[in-house]
Design a protein around this ligand. Structure first.
Ligand code: URA
Length: 191
């Protein structure tokens, strides 16, 4: 049932033409092929090159990092469903590099994510990085550096904010912080 509704939604997303400035790779669907019935949804930022190539979220370097961290929470990919805040891949240098999604892209994709979450109806949403946190009501009041690892209620969801798994690639010191948050997530889910 959820899968059918998701497929309908994704057939609309793939035809979306973004009105925002900036270059991007659109028209290629990146979606999780796991079980949409899971109660835990992970919310990323936007697909990267490898994700667009394979049509799956978190299959590049960030995905390998994520899988390692998931183990610390006692989770595997099959236990979660992954979605992204922005559906296309924001690029620069003629597609050679990723860029952070802009405010216009986040806003333009907002209704897609709202519809996706309405279908998935998770109990817990784990936000990966500041883009996902802000998008889900973090606003100006919640900064990832202050609230990572501390769940909060947002409407019918509980949001568990995390650093993005790629953050530790650029800031090595974050590795331990992220590892600690994933262990905490596991204990919290089991508790
Ligand atoms: N980073 C994200 O935020 N999403 C992906 O799908 C891949 C990398």
């Amino acid at each position: 049932m959820k899968e059918k509704s998701l497929q309908q939604l994704y057939s609309l997303i793939i035809n979306c033409r973004c009105p925002c400035p900036g270059e991007r790779t659109g028209g290629l669907l990146v979606r999780d092929h796991g079980n949409p019935g899971k109660r835990i949804v992970f919310l990323g930022e936007a697909p990267g090159a490898e994700e667009v190539k394979q049509g799956m979220p978190f299959v590049g370097q960030a995905g390998r990092n994520l899988e390692g961290y998931l183990q610390l929470a006692g989770l595997e990919r099959k236990d979660i469903f992954i979605v992204n805040t922005v559906k296309c891949r924001p690029t620069r240098n003629n597609g050679r590099a990723n860029r952070k999604p802009g405010a216009c892209e986040i806003k333009s994709c907002a209704h897609w994510l709202d519809e996706e979450l309405a279908i998935l109806s998770p109990g817990v949403i784990v936000t990966l990085g500041d883009v996902a946190l802000k998008r889900l009501g973090g606003g100006k009041s919640r900064r990832i550096s202050d609230c990572h690892g501390q769940p909060f209620k947002l409407e019918r969801y509980t949001v568990f904010p995390m650093y993005h798994p790629a953050a530790a690639i650029y800031r090595r010191a974050l590795t331990e912080v992220i590892e600690g948050d994933f262990k905490k997530l596991g204990n919290w889910l089991r508790g």
